[in-house]
Design a protein around this ligand. Structure first.
Ligand code: 7PJ
Length: 280
């Protein structure tokens, strides 16, 4: 399996890790630590050295309750980081945004993958990805970050998410974005209770047709906190355990803050998955 991102083809024959690079002052786990450009760039270079296959740069917090960021401010945060990082690392850089203006500027600065928690539903977003040849991660979210954890409800969460992702894949294809450029994500914690998150993780191999890679972000999230009774800074072991299990369930890309540890867990799970699926 491969993911086409502009002029590069990301090899997903082995599962990969996407390193999270927040350049937001209010991200719940990094607390603005990397808000300064130089520090953010160094952090990205470090994650690439630790084995990340993608660096995901985000300038807008999507944590539950987060306030919308003005797009000028988001641009001012992410563009310099992407420009400098693109000169330092050879792996694809993704831009975590829903705003078409930010997507376009980030791609011009060197990003080749759009990671959109709104799955390109904002006006003009499909056009930017279609025009630029960027890859895209289509994520499911119920409601909006400000309200999504108030009362998440589904008839059948797996069927609902699968239907949503299939509709967004169709919208991409209609806009001229080929399936080789698309990966999908169930959006763990985005308008979901613990039981919804667990049902989706148990059904990762049923969320899309087998040729479409599945990306999952579990790192430090509240489901890990609920299960292990740990605050965000103490969720490494729980996050890494989930990463390994998500790979066993078919995940192609794991989005994580703790890259070195997650890379090891993903390698271990991948070795076992190969044997379990008869691949030797
Ligand atoms: C995700 C994301 C995720 C994708 C965030 C956090 C919250 N993008 N952006 N999937 N989560 N594709 O990192 O905890 O799960 S922001």
């Amino acid at each position: 399996m491969k993911l086409a991102c502009r002029d590069s083809l990301l090899d997903l024959s082995e599962p990969r890790v996407m390193g999270v690079l927040n350049v937001t002052p209010d991200s719940f786990s990094d607390g603005g630590l990397y808000s300064e450009v130089a520090a953010a760039v160094e952090r990205g270079v470090t994650m690439a050295g630790e084995g990340a296959a993608i660096i995901d740069v985000g300038g807008e917090s999507t944590r539950p309750g987060a306030i919308d960021v003005d797009f000028h401010e988001e641009l001012a945060r992410v563009v310099p980081v992407i420009e400098q990082l693109a000169n330092r690392i050879a792996i694809p850089i993704s831009i975590d945004t829903s705003k078409p203006e930010v997507m376009r500027a980030a791609i011009a600065a060197g990003a080749s993958l759009v990671n959109d928690v709104r799955a390109l539903r904002d006006a003009g977003a499909l056009r930017v990805v279609a025009d630029t040849g960027a890859g895209v991660c289509l994520m499911h979210m119920q409601a909006e970050p400000r309200t999504m954890q108030v009362a998440p409800a589904y008839d059948d969460v797996v069927a609902d998410v699968r239907r949503f992702l299939a509709a967004r894949i169709d919208a991409c294809k209609a806009a001229g974005i080929g399936p080789q450029r698309i990966c999908v994500d169930p959006g763990i914690g985005f308008g979901k209770r613990l039981e919804h998150n667990l049902a989706l993780l148990a059904a990762l191999d049923r969320l899309a047709e087998p040729a479409i890679p599945v990306l999952v972000g579990i790192s430090r999230k509240s489901l890990v906190g609920i299960i292990t009774d740990r605050p965000p800074g103490k969720r490494l072991a729980g996050s890494v355990a989930f990463a390994a299990l998500a790979v066993m369930r078919g995940a192609a890309i794991i989005r994580a803050h703790d890259v070195a540890e997650t890379v090891d867990a993903v390698k271990v799970a991948s070795a076992l998955r190969r044997v379990a699926s008869g691949g030797g």
